[in-house]
Ligand binder design. Structure first.
Ligand code: S3P
Length: 169
């Protein structure tokens, strides 16, 4: 069976948007960043949604965006870090596209996310040590969902090559 979209998933800082854009260019497909889609549809930032409407509301808006974008023409879609881990989202993802988990070592995630702690709603002002512990705990909780992806890809390797190889198989 040939599936429609290509989904990139993984923790914040795993390079989903970076690799998604590159992959879309390589495959000559439209690129959709689910966070950007949610922001433009709701005319506000993700941080504001968390702040004023709460995390639970955000997860509902996120699922609505996932379902809407699934109906669009074949695209490369970069998901939010939490998208695969709520409701039946992983089922929706795997039904509508090939999914790739961009697996990233914890120290790399910490290094990338340290400068982001001020503007990401889930990382609010963590110290480096707190960030490390938060990521380790969250990854343990999220890995079972992430690992439902069609393929696990090392995000520090050449993701484009790995994904193209998988799609040709
Ligand atoms: C989240 C990750 C963010 C964004 C929101 C929640 C998460 O997306 O959807 O802040 O739960 O891990 P990115 O992974 O694209 O930063």
């Amino acid at each position: 069976m040939k599936k429609k979209h290509i989904y990139l998933l993984g923790f914040m800082g795993s390079g989903k948007s970076y690799w998604g854009k590159k992959l879309a260019e390589t495959l000559d497909l439209p690129f959709i960043d689910l966070d950007d889609y949610i922001e433009s549809k709701n005319k506000t930032s993700i941080s504001k949604i968390f702040e004023t409407r709460g995390a639970a509301k955000f997860r509902h808006l996120e699922q609505a965006a996932l379902i809407e974008t699934a109906r669009l023409a074949p695209s490369v879609i970069s998901l939010g870090g939490g998208t695969p881990c709520f409701f039946d989202n992983m089922e929706i993802i795997n039904k509508n596209g090939y999914s790739f988990y961009l697996k990233t070592p914890i120290p790399t995630l910490v290094q990338r996310l340290v400068p982001e702690t001020t503007h990401r709603p889930l990382l609010a002002h963590f110290s480096k040590k707190e960030l490390n512990d938060y990521i380790a705990n969250k990854l343990e909780e999220r890995n079972p969902y992430y690992e439902l992806a069609d393929k696990v890809v090392d995000s520090t390797a050449d993701v484009i090559v790995e994904i193209q190889k998988y799609l040709k198989e």
